[in-house]
Every structure is written in structure tokens, then in C-alpha cells.
Ligand binder design. Structure first.
Ligand code: PEP
Ligand code: MN
Length: 346
């Protein structure tokens, strides 16, 4: 529920609303705005009797948030969230950001080659997993902490920011030492203790849609992170399980405008996991940007045939250059810009 205060309502009226909400057994989140302050009521599971609040001085209007998710909804916050990254990059504003790199960090040579290739093609964030959630316990599980160190090196070398996955609370603390953005993968979208930990972190979180998650479940998972105090969440459409095995997943591009309608949070698209085949990545990247995605997450490997994970969907560096060229045309056609490397902004 949202309690909208009158324009210029004095602080004591706002404090009174806050203390009444707390008296009722809920939590209050005052949100000062340009025109007026709104106080959010959280902690309820169902409709709240608002009669005690309606009568308080300074209260203009009470809005019942009808969705099960509250703080992530557009009803709660009509203006789009712009997530700010180091070096002046943003996600969710006019810029469309491209995060690219191999599925996994495999060696120093591999990650540095990949980082240089994606930077030279115009990406601004390096993506690669040090901790890998694999379907089989016998598949490559990632380099772990050593992989994080290599990501830090690659950032130093190239100036790219780093997004990398945390699989559990312990790993999250390690990832937070290095990452500019923490990825929570599809398999962990409903790992509620991990979501709560990420909610207490002070770095942006990239939350991928679960293998069979509805959009509402994705938004409820994001709500866990916001409810713990971290407002910087970027959602990611990466496809859901379908019945047709021609593609690895069913890449749900309609989720992009749906999420933009329901939520103020940015949403990026991952056409690599969405399709599973490198030949399908470029057309679906173009389509995702045309559909309004705030960014792309793309797997690129210097030698995809030798990749230890997701080689079949990883682009060759020259294919990634083409993706960037073609994406730029679409981005500009819809009145947006491709995010530029931090150095180019100075
Ligand atoms: C990844 O980004 O490499 C990954 C494991 O993705 P997802 O969680 O979407 O399967
Ligand atoms: Mn992958």
C-alpha cells in the first residue's frame, strides 16, 4: 500500500504516518519525491485496512498495490529505475548496454583474449562465470576463486566492468569482492536465502529468469532483493523450457514489454541461453533490442570449439563484431544509444 502525502506536508505529518504504520505491525518506507512524499507500507500479505491512515493529517490518497509484488511494481514507482555502474555506465536509461564474454573463465589466456575481443567490438561489461551451476556434477564446475582473480585482471587490463555469478551465500561474499554486478542464475532464481543475501549487498544484481518461472515469479524473486534494501536489480530474460527441442529454450521476447509495463526495473536479454545455437544469437539479439531490452548478455569465446561450457552457443569474436554493428543500427533507430566504454565518456 502507498500513502501519498499532500504537496508540502510537514515532516511531523509524515512521521505520524510512519509511526501509525509501525503501530499496525508493518514497516514504513518514506520516499520523498519532487512533488510530494509517498510512504510505502510493506510487510503485509494481503489487503490492509487503511482506515486509520486515511484520517491522518497530510494524507492525500491511499493506493492499494494490487500485485503480489510491491516495491518492484510500477504502481509503487512509476518512473523507470536507472541502475548506476562505476565509470558512469547505466542500465535502464536511454543507453543499451552490452555484456559479453565466455560462459566460464577457463584460463588467463582465454579470459584476457575474450575480454580484449569484446571490448574492441564495443562491449562495456565482461561476463564470465567463475562459479558454474552445471546440470551434471561431472561437468566443469568453474575455476572458483582463481577465476575471480582472473576477472579482476581482465578488468584492470581492459577497463571493462565485470558481471559474474554467485551460487550461494558463501560464494556471494567472494564474488562481491570482485564483481561490479552480481549475477544470480536461472537455477537460483528461487534460492530465497541467496536472494536475501544479495538484497543486503551494495552492488547491483542481475537476476535471470528461472527455467520454468512465470514473469510474476521473476518479479517476486526481485521483490526479495528490494525488500532487503537493495534497489539495484536488473532482470534478465534468458528463455524458459519449451516442448520443442530445436532451440535450447523458448526465448520469450514478449517478457520484455510485459516486464516494462509491470515493473520499473530494467530488463536485459540473453539470446545465447535463449536459443542455444550461435547461428540464432545475432537475429535474436537484434529482435530483443527492437523489443525494448535495456541490454544484452552474449556469450563470446575466442575459440568456441574448445570451450569448457556452452561452446555451441558462443559466438566467434568476428560474429560478435557483426552483432555489435547490427545492434547499433537498431538501437539508434529506436532513439536509444549503445553504452560507450567508460574511457570514451571522459
Ligand atoms: C550463464 O549465464 O552462463 C548461465 C549459467 O545462465 P543461466 O543461469 O541463464 O542458465
Ligand atoms: Mn553459459
Amino acid at each position: 500500500m502507498l500513502i501519498v502525502m499532500r504537496h508540502g506536508a510537514p515532516l511531523q505529518d509524515i512521521d505520524r504516518v510512519v509511526s501509525t504504520i509501525e503501530d499496525m505491525g508493518y514497516h514504513a518506507r518514506p520516499m520523498p519525491g519532487k512533488q510530494r512524499t509517498t510512504v510505502g507500507l510493506v510487510g503485509n500479505d494481503g489487503r490492509v485496512d487503511s482506515s486509520r491512515l486515511e484520517a491522518l493529517p497530510g494524507v492525500q490518497e491511499i493506493i492499494h498495490v494490487t500485485k503480489p509484488y510491491k516495491q518492484v511494481s510500477r504502481e509503487w514507482k512509476p518512473e523507470s529505475t536507472v541502475v548506476r555502474l562505476p565509470g558512469g555506465l547505466t542500465i535502464g536509461g536511454d543507453d543499451v548496454i552490452v555484456m559479453a564474454g565466455p560462459c566460464s573463465v577457463e584460463s588467463e589466456r582465454q579470459i584476457l583474449d575474450a575480454a580484449r575481443a569484446v571490448r574492441d567490438a564495443g562491449a562495456t561489461v565482461l561476463r564470465a562465470g567463475a562459479f558454474k551451476p552445471r546440470s551434471s556434477p561431472y561437468s566443469f564446475q568453474g575455476m572458483g576463486r582463481a577465476g575471480l582473480k582472473l576477472l579482476a585482471r581482465a578488468r584492470e587490463e581492459t577497463g571493462l566492468l565485470v558481471v559474474t555469478e554467485a551460487m550461494d551465500a558463501e560464494g556471494l561474499d567472494q564474488v562481491l569482492e570482485v564483481a561490479d554486478i552480481v549475477q544470480i542464475g536461472a537455477r537460483n532464481m528461487q534460492n530465497y536465502s541467496l536472494l536475501k543475501h544479495a538484497g543486503r549487498a551494495r552492488k547491483p544484481v542481475l537476476l535471470k529468469r528461472g527455467l520454468s518461472a512465470t514473469i510474476s515469479e521473476l518479479l517476486l524473486s526481485a521483490e526479495y532483493i528490494l525488500a532487503e534494501g537493495n534497489p539495484d536489480v536488473v532482470l534478465c530474460e534468458r528463455g524458459v523450457r519449451g516442448f520443442d527441442t530445436t532451440t535450447r529454450n523458448l526465448f520469450d521476447l514478449s517478457a520484455i514489454p510485459v516486464v516494462h509495463g509491470l515493473s520499473h526495473l530494467p530488463i536485459v536479454a540473453d539470446p545465447s541461453h535463449g536459443t542455444g545455437h550461435r547461428d540464432m544469437v545475432i537475429p535474436m539479439a537484434r529482435a530483443a533490442v527492437a523489443a525494448g531490452a535495456d541490454g544484452l548478455l552474449v556469450e563470446v569465446h575466442p575459440t568456441p570449439d574448445r570451450a569448457l561450457s556452452d561452446g555451441a552457443q558462443s559466438l566467434y569474436p568476428e560474429q560478435f563484431e557483426r552483432l555489435m554493428r547490427e545492434t547499433r543500427i537498431i538501437v539508434e533507430a529506436i532513439g536509444r544509444r549503445l553504452a560507450e566504454p567508460a574511457g570514451a565518456r571522459a
